[in-house]
Structure formats: C-alpha cells, structure tokens
Design a protein around this ligand. Structure first.
Ligand SMILES: Nc1ncnc2c1ncn2[C@@H]1O[C@H](COP(=O)(O)OP(=O)(O)OP(=O)(O)O)[C@@H](O)[C@H]1O
Ligand code: SF4
Ligand SMILES: [Mg+2]
Length: 376
C-alpha cells in the first residue's frame, strides 16, 4: 500500500447543455500515491481533461453532484474558491494540453514567471503588498534569478534571452519547456500534466517527456499524467487508469496492466498501438456515447465484440481481479472494488469467461486483441 496524496472517490461531473444534462464523469475512483506517477488514459472526449480540471477547481460551469477529491487527507470540494486558488499555484500545478494557448501572448516569459512567483500561495494581493512587491528590488532580483535558473533546469540553452522573449518568438518545443518551468517554479507536490507532448513532433515530444521524467524524479513530485496513448503511459507511469466515456474501466500497476489486460476496451487500446512489424494498429470501431443520453449499463456495449444482452441491462461495477487490479466488465468476477457497491446493487451477471482466457495456465493471453484473435 502506498501513501495516498490524491484520492478521487465516486466523482460525478455534469454540464448543463442546450441538449440537456451531459453526464460526463460517472462515478470514477482512483488514487495517486506520493512520489508516484499515475496515468489517466483514454481516447479523445473520454473525460480526462474534465477530470483533472475538476481536481484543480478549474470548471466553473460544471456541477459535481457527488464525489470527493481528497488531497492530503482533505476534501478539496469543501474548500472555498480562494483556498483552492491559493493551493493551485503552490501545492498543485498543471501543464495544460495546448502550449500555444496556455501562455499569455502579450506578456514576456519573464513577466509570466515573475507573476507566478509573486502570487505563490496568495489568494489575493492588497494594493499595499502589490506596491511593496513592485518596489522591492531585492525580491524582484531574487525572483528573476530563480526564474532564469528554472529555465536552465528545463534545458533551455539561452535562459536570459528566453526570459525576455514573447511566446510567439519561441518554437513549440521551447514553449512546452517554458510551461514545464512555470509549473515547477512553485515546487508543487502534485503536478498534473495534460498531454504535454501532443502538440509537438515525435522527437521533441520524446525529449520533453524525458526531461519531465528527470525533473519530477529529482524533486520527488507526484504526477498525474494524462494521455490518449497507452504506449506513452507505459513509459512514464507506475500505475494506469484506463478511462472510457467518463468511467474508469480498468486500473492496475503498469506492468500488470500490460501483462494481463482485461477490459475489452483496454485490449482494444493495446491493439491500437502500432506494432513494430506492421506499423499499423487495428483500433476500435465506433465512437463514444452521447453524454446527454448515455447507456445506463455498460457504456462500452455498442463497441464491444463480447457484448451480451445483459451488458445493456446491468451496470458492470468495478471488481477486484488481482492485487491493485480492478476491472468493470461482466466477463470478470471478483469482490466489488468499492465499498459502496458491496451491498445489494453489485449484481452478479454471468456472461461466461473472456474468450482469450487460457484455462491451461490460468492467465490471459496478453497479445490477444479485441475480438479474441492473436496479433502476429
Ligand atoms: N464546459 C463544458 N460544457 C459541456 N461539455 C463539456 C465541457 N467541457 C467538456 N465537455 C465535454 O466533456 C467531454 C469530455 O471532454 P474532455 O475535454 O475531458 O475530453 P478529453 O478526454 O480530455 O479529450 P482530449 O483527449 O481530446 O483532450 C466531451 O464530450 C466534452 O465535449
Ligand atoms: S460488460 Fe459486456 S459490453 Fe461491457 S465491456 Fe464487458 S463484455 Fe463488453
Ligand atoms: Mg483533454
């Protein structure tokens, strides 16, 4: 058992839209332990960014009808906006998905970094403290030095020049490094990285991910890593939570997930990773359900090759199938993973065994892809 830094419990997030209530996040649970990196993985639109914005309190238009977000033992949903704002720059910080729009185009990199250092841990600044900060040369020089040092830490070769530059003068890879520097300035205990390499070319992405990995290890930062790519999650994380349509359908330590993938959606994602021999992955047919009218039972049923009528009738509660391994699919048995499902409503549904299950050795064939065929 690790030491939990962040525990998301039974989180629901809804949006009021013109078409009705969009029930985007539907009761998710996951834990991030101190000093570890956990990944949230799933295809575009499955609710990864909504989840992390809910954690950071960045969803003013959302409703959270149920759930807890427990950070350092305290439910942050009970905190005031000012308290959450204060935590955001110090205790937790985020590298946003899009480096092009996350930086303010009319301020230099340096001005943006100094703002972060100035506002650290303060929910509001009085006029007098603002003036005092402005006039205090000693503090300003120290902040400037610290910001330039951090630009050096993210391996920017001319940190003084970049400090004076506007975002538009920098390449995509450089902007992403600046965002990492800004996120780490406050030495957060929790860093949320929302697809930090997606907007970059493959080589720059690999360099940025390596750099991030080194920096968080040096600082013992816990990272919640968001990606649509199971291959990247494998590289960077200790634990993987697979999301589908606003639910966590499978979660396991990274090695275990790859050795023994269970949920048909996880297996579909695995088969989407291009194989080295063919260069193509088989992918998953179909698309996500409409969040304003989602299926009441298994949200994956319309795309699942193993779906049975019961899958559209009974909700597949997450069940524990191994050490730290849970899966929400009627093909699997096991005790309910969460206490709230233990009494009464966790219906046992028998739709048989997974077709890829190998009785002879009691294991699942990890290379079998969606539909039960073997990958060559
Ligand atoms: N403010 C909002 N109002 C209504 N719906 C929203 C809002 N924000 C997000 N959504 C919806 O929530 C769903 C999940 O969005 P989210 O941005 O979390 O996806 P994602 O998994 O991060 O995808 P991507 O990989 O493309 O970033 C989408 O259908 C999106 O349209
Ligand atoms: S519950 Fe049924 S439809 Fe859903 S993933 Fe499992 S087998 Fe497929
Ligand atoms: Mg996103």
């Amino acid at each position: 058992m690790g030491d939990p830094l962040l525990e998301v419990r039974n989180l629901h997030v809804h949006f009021d839209t013109h078409d009705g209530v969009a029930e985007v996040i539907n009761g998710i649970d996951f834990t991030l332990n101190r000093g570890e990196t956990a990944a949230l993985v799933g295809e575009t639109g499955c609710g990864k960014s909504v989840t992390v914005k809910a954690i950071l309190g960045l969803l003013p238009s959302a409703r959270i009808p149920a759930g807890e977000i427990v950070y350092k033992g305290e439910n942050v949903l009970d905190l005031s906006d000012a308290q959450r704002h204060a935590r955001r720059g110090t205790d937790m910080s985020m590298i946003m998905q899009d480096p092009m729009t996350s930086l303010n185009p009319v301020l230099t990199v340096g001005e943006q970094m100094l703002d972060v250092l100035k506002w650290q841990g303060r929910s509001r600044l009085s006029f007098t403290s603002w003036m005092r900060d402005k006039l205090d040369r000693g503090t300003n020089d120290a902040h400037r030095e610290r910001a330039i040092e951090m630009l050096g830490d993210v391996e920017i070769s001319a940190p003084e020049r970049v400090f004076e530059s506007y975002p538009v003068e920098l390449s995509g890879g450089m902007r992403q490094r600046v965002l990492i520097a800004i996120a780490l300035l406050s030495e957060p205990d929790l860093l949320v990285a929302d697809e930090p390499g997606t907007a970059l070319d493959v080589t720059t992405e690999a360099k940025v991910l390596d750099l991030l990995d080194d920096l968080v290890e040096e600082r013992d930062t816990s990272v919640l890593y968001i990606t649509h790519d199971l291959g990247i999650a494998r590289e960077v994380s200790d634990y993987i939570n697979v999301m589908y349509a606003g639910e966590v359908v499978e979660q396991a330590p990274t090695g275990e997930l790859f050795a023994n993938p269970q949920h048909p959606y996880t297996r579909g994602l695995l088969s989407s990773i291009p194989s080295l021999s063919t260069g193509i992955g088989s992918g998953i047919e179909g698309h996500l359900p409409d969040y304003t009218d989602p299926p009441t039972a298994c949200r994956f049923a319309d795309r699942c090759p193993h779906a049975e009528p019961e899958c559209r009738e009974f909700y597949p509660y997450p069940r524990t199938t191994g050490t730290d391994h849970t899966v929400a699919c009627h093909l699997f048995d096991g005790p309910p993973a969460h206490a709230r499902h233990a009494e009464g409503d966790a219906v046992d549904v028998d739709i048989g065994e997974p077709p890829w299950y190998d009785r002879a050795d009691g294991r699942h064939q990890s290379n079998a892809v969606l539909g039960g065929e073997s990958q060559s």
